[in-house]
Design a protein around this ligand. Structure first.
Ligand code: SF4
Ligand code: SF4
Length: 119
């Protein structure tokens, strides 16, 4: 059975969807509350970042391992594009797709930081 867009049932569905979105936003905010700001953290920039077709980064920042092009790293694992003072990416606008796909608070971020996964 379908209700018209203006029917009370449809309005209740709209309100329910809004409340669900608000609840989800609150859960996400709580999940991120124990995380540091990315600016000044940069811990995930110590992982190996393989370059994908379409990534365009300065060639002097690239290292090849077993035939695979990756972001080069310093001895401590820090990506060579990570500013050691600010811990910010110096090629942010053209950072590799892998970096673009990595999100603050995702399981690997929390693991790197030694934080428990949200339940
Ligand atoms: S994504 Fe996580 S590990 Fe990476 S800089 Fe942000 S808080 Fe730090
Ligand atoms: S390219 Fe930028 S975002 Fe990606 S690992 Fe290196 S410093 Fe971090």
């Amino acid at each position: 059975m379908h209700s018209s867009p203006d029917s009370p049932d449809a309005k209740r569905l709209d309100e329910s969807a809004i409340l669900s979105a608000v609840a989800l936003a609150k859960v996400e905010a709580l999940a991120a509350a124990d995380l540091p700001a990315c600016a000044g953290c940069g811990r995930c920039c110590h992982l190996v970042v393989e370059l994908r077709p379409g990534d365009v980064v300065p060639e002097e920042l690239v290292a090849v391992h077993a035939g695979v092009r990756c972001m080069d790293q310093h001895g401590d694992g820090a990506c060579v594009a990570l500013d050691p003072a600010t811990r910010l990416c110096t090629i942010y606008e053209t950072r590799p797709q892998t970096c673009r796909d990595f999100h603050r608070g995702e399981p690997l971020c929390r693991k790197i930081l030694g934080l428990p996964l949200p339940v």
